[in-house]
Design a protein around this ligand. Structure first.
Ligand code: XMP
Ligand code: MG
Length: 180
């Protein structure tokens, strides 16, 4: 049984992701050169994108990871986010670059941005692999993105369905019969 067999459509192919990631990494390198940014990946989804992105950034940087989860649906509308694993490093006076796999409502990142600014980060900006602009309910500014996608549930390259498919090297849509 192969994971590929459960995919209805490949939305973004591996070579497209790699090419675009290199382009964005170049732009970020120019932007953050000599700033020694703190690059913060949001677990678990951002891990493949972050790994590829930072390897293409030829500048001094530090990286760290955070694990967050939204509260249940009732509280999700308030944008409240639970910190499961916080940063190891202080963000005081640092230029922080948050790396995400996908931005939908924008609530998660809005919450994190506010929190890191309260901790006196010098700047907090975002780079995401995927953006679903139609899902936005906040005024979040996405500073850099690789791809816009329609409002469809996607898996691969960090994104999961019930914790599987994160290790697919592309982004795709599952066949209906796979959902349970
Ligand atoms: P916000 O706060 O922007 O959160 O709504 C984005 C988070 O929503 C999840 N998400 C997805 N996960 N396939 C996934 O596997 C999708 O198509 C998808 N859309 C949103 C994801 O956890 C992300 O961090
Ligand atoms: Mg998920």
């Amino acid at each position: 049984m192969k994971m590929d067999d459960n995919i209805k459509e490949v939305l973004i192919a591996e070579d497209e992701i790699q090419k675009k990631t290199k382009e964005v990494a170049q732009i970020l390198s120019d932007e953050y050169r000599d700033k020694n940014p703190l690059v913060v990946g949001i677990l678990k989804g951002a891990l493949p994108f972050m790994a590829d992105l930072i390897k293409e950034m030829d500048i001094f940087l530090e990286y760290d990871m955070m694990d967050v989860s939204s509260y249940g649906t009732a509280k999700a509308s308030s944008g409240e986010v639970k910190i499961i694993k916080d940063l190891d490093s202080s963000v005081e006076n640092r230029d922080v670059l948050i790396v995400e796999d996908i931005i939908d409502t924008g609530r998660t990142l809005k919450y994190l941005q506010d929190m890191l600014i309260r901790r006196n980060a010098k700047s907090v900006r975002f780079v995401t692999l995927l953006d679903k602009p139609s899902g936005r309910v906040t005024d979040l500014t996405v500073d850099w993105k690789c791809f816009n996608i329609p409002d469809e549930f996607v898996v691969g390259y960090g994104l999961d369905y019930r914790e599987n498919y994160r290790n697919l090297p592309y982004v795709g849509i599952l066949k209906e019969e796979v959902y349970y």
